[in-house]
Ligand binder design. Structure first.
Ligand code: 5GP
Ligand code: MG
Length: 179
């Protein structure tokens, strides 16, 4: 089992790139079925979603558009509770079928604030596809429609997820080593 060190914290390999790829294919297949004859607008939430967006969208065979939004709510290994503003929405979303793409949904505070920012702008539908979902941490009522992988509450890095800026480029997902 491979172990890595980021900012003097140890992380061990937890989810392989093959597992990630198969889970993303499942989500892509569902979206390809559910949005047949529609033209969804995918909204990737930066920075964490960049690899998920790239790998998912190459498996989507719909006519579609892709844009990116930025929000930041996290520092270190615990959630700060404060959620900042959504920036970068230049498209007219009225009448559009939006699919928000997230790296991870934890408490759901971030996704809730994204919903609030996007609702009232006339979108035809708004759904979420997340690479990782923490069911034991999620506090919101809104159902997350597409969840590639469910994980525990431990802190993860890799495949877009960072620990204070490091680790986003790792192709596997690593879990913090508390031993
Ligand atoms: P939420 O608002 O749902 O509690 O948290 C969402 C955000 O917290 C994610 O977009 C991500 O930036 C960060 N986050 C939550 N859990 C983890 C984790 O295990 N690892 C990393 N690197 N970030 C996380
Ligand atoms: Mg994020």
């Amino acid at each position: 089992m491979s172990t890595i060190c980021l900012h003097n914290k140890q992380f061990k390999s937890h989810i392989s790139d093959e597992t990630i790829d198969a889970a993303i294919l499942n989500v892509a297949n569902l979206i390809n079925q559910d949005y047949k004859n529609k033209k969804p607008l995918f909204l990737g939430i930066l920075n964490g979603s960049f690899l998920f967006v790239a790998d998912l969208l190459r498996k989507i065979d719909l006519e579609c558009e892709i844009s990116f939004l930025k929000i930041s709510s996290y520092s270190g290994t615990s959630t700060t509770g404060e959620v900042k503003e959504l920036v970068g929405l230049n498209e007219d979303i009225s009448g559009r079928d939006l699919i928000i793409l997230e790296d991870i949904v934890d408490t759901g505070l971030t996704i809730d604030s994204i919903f609030k920012s996007l609702s009232g702008k006339g979108a035809n539908s708004i759904e979420v596809a997340t690479l990782l979902f923490k069911p034991n941490a999620y506090q919101m009522q809104y159902p997350i429609k597409y969840k590639a992988l469910e994980v525990g509450n431990e802190f993860l890095v890799g495949y877009g997820l960072d620990y204070d800026g490091l680790g986003r480029n790792l192709k596997n997902i690593y879990i913090i080593n508390e031993d």
